[in-house]
Design a binder for this molecule. Structure first.
Ligand SMILES: [Zn+2]
Length: 502
């Protein structure tokens, strides 16, 4: 049965009849200065094949030496994920042929990973989920192939291929979860939330720049389904290199719907790797794993075993930074925000921005209001991340301060932020250059109020009859006449005073 013959089952229907189980394998390029087994630099985007040497090119006679910083980073990741750290373990040689792998084997870890058996707690909606961590191991990255001349960028149809070994030998950590059953319809969101939390954790540890778009964080997503109530799990597929958080969610969702279609039609799921297509949100079959590959693993003979001392591990554990979940709990308490507020801040990627805005002097409520309201809307309109808007937390804090000191009202503040984003300078410069401050001195305001009263005898009559709510229309007219710069509360007071006195 080909992929194309399969009908996708609507998601809700699939979940009514099948139970999904997911698992995630995440590769993280470590941010060490040099590569895993040589002194070459680990810079992104350098001239192809400029960051290479005999060791990472696998030339005869060269010998690898393990990078202590990479081992330290891996232990710190393991500790932050509540893993046990091996007191003795070895690297293994994984033999396979691939053009972007210069040695034709990869130094990895096999049955003796550095870190095992941990967990990471996440929250999806208001439901806590504990994701078991099977292992965290250390290996070296491969190079990169570039297929030129074809329509798809894949080798099929290409005129020729180029290979860049700069990435070959960069330390790569693989974090493998245990299977995650029992999350039902939430499975795609659980997958996304896990990768999001893992990325935050790695960022807090400072061990990687965790840029999914540059490939320093890459995800393979395992998905299987089994009929509801079945005692055994289904056959899983492995969707490779899912390179954004949104894609993690989409890939799991698609696989659930596709696999349900195959099973409904009496087919069987083939254990295989699949490719995710960002443009269509679909997956297609890659390599079949029906016949297990034989990598002929054996302990790497050119490297000594890794035996971290208990003192070293204890020292690293004591020096772990505040982790994201603890930081969120602390900030929530300091700011007096609800769980929902915090979830919204997290989802919008606004936590750091709000924290910096509060540090710059704004109240948490103001910082939250501006970033999640007006600025989130601007970012959305421009199709950029919130943090990429050309406005700084300090500028947002200053605008909030101008509002609390009544120099600006909300409407003017929005204009000022727009002009900051447009590159007109600092909030104070914009306020004075554009004359945007609120008019609240009674002299100027009284003239406008008197004009408005004179122009609206009907409304004035209603107010005299005790219908003071009608004053709203006059306040609106004052705001209009001052192009929004009047202090609305003071204008209302003046309107009522002037009418009562006349
Ligand atoms: Zn090298």
């Amino acid at each position: 049965m080909t992929d194309l013959a399969t009908t996708l089952v609507p998601y809700d229907e699939a979940l009514a009849r099948y139970e999904p189980v997911i698992g995630l394998e995440t590769h993280v390029e470590l941010g060490t200065t040099t590569k895993m087994f040589c002194g070459c630099r680990t810079v992104f985007g350098a001239e192809p094949n400029s960051e290479v040497c005999p060791v990472c090119l696998g030339l005869p006679g060269s010998l690898p030496v393990a990078n202590r910083a990479a081992i330290e980073y891996t232990i710190r990741i393991g500790l932050a994920l509540n893993c046990s750290i091996a007191s003795w373990c070895r690297f293994a040689r994984k033999n396979y042929f691939y053009p972007d792998m210069p040695k034709d084997f990869q130094i990895s870890q096999y049955d003796e990973p550095l870190c095992t058996d941990g967990w990471l707690d996440i929250t999806v909606g208001d439901q806590p989920v504990r994701i078991g961590i099977e292992r965290v191991h250390l290996e070296e990255d491969t190079g990169k192939s570039l297929h030129v001349g074809g329509a798809t960028g894949r080798i099929h149809g290409a005129d020729y291929s180029l290979v860049d070994y700069n990435r070959a030998g960069i330390p790569l950590v693989e974090v493998v979860t245990k299977p995650v059953p029992g999350t039902g319809a939430l499975a795609p969101e659980v997958g996304r939330a896990y990768v999001t939390e893992l990325r935050e954790l790695l960022r807090a540890l400072g061990v990687s720049d965790v840029r999914m778009e540059e490939g320093s964080l890459r995800c393979d997503v395992n998905t299987s389904i089994a009929p509801a109530g079945a005692t055994e799990w289904g056959t899983r597929t492995e969707t490779k290199n899912v390179n954004s958080l949104r894609s993690v969610e989409r890939a799991i969702r698609f696989e659930i719907q596709r696999q349900a279609g195959v099973l409904d039609e009496g087919g069987r799921i083939v254990q295989e790797t699949r490719h995710f297509h960002e443009d269509t949100g679909t997956t297609t079959a890659g390599r079949s794993k029906e016949e297990a590959q034989d990598y002929r693993y054996f302990p790497e003979p050119d490297l000594v075993p890794v035996a971290p001392s208990p003192e070293w591990v204890a020292g690293l554990k004591a020096a772990l930074p505040e982790l994201p979940s603890a930081r969120r709990a602390r900030l929530q308490a300091e700011w007096g925000l609800t769980d929902l507020d915090m979830t919204q801040l997290g989802n919008a990627g606004a936590l750091d921005l709000v924290e910096q805005t509060v540090s710059a002097g704004a109240s948490a409520a103001d910082a939250r209001k501006w970033w999640l309201g007006e600025l989130a809307r601007r970012a959305n309109e421009q199709g950029v991340e919130l943090g990429d808007l050309p406005v700084s937390p300090a500028q947002v804090a200053r605008v909030a301060e101008l509002v609390s000191s009544k120099t600006l009202n909300d409407k003017l503040a929005r204009q000022v932020l727009d002009l900051v984003i447009a590159g007109e300078g600092e909030p104070d410069e914009i306020v004075s250059a554009r004359g945007l401050a609120v008019v609240s001195d009674d002299g100027a305001l009284t003239t406008v109020v008197d004009d408005v009263i004179a122009a609206s005898p009907d409304i004035v009559a209603k107010i005299r009859d005790g219908k003071t709510a009608a004053a709203g229309a006059l306040v609106g007219a004052v705001m209009k006449a001052t192009r929004g710069q009047a202090d609305a509360a003071r204008a209302r007071e003046l309107i009522l005073e002037r009418i009562a006195a006349s």
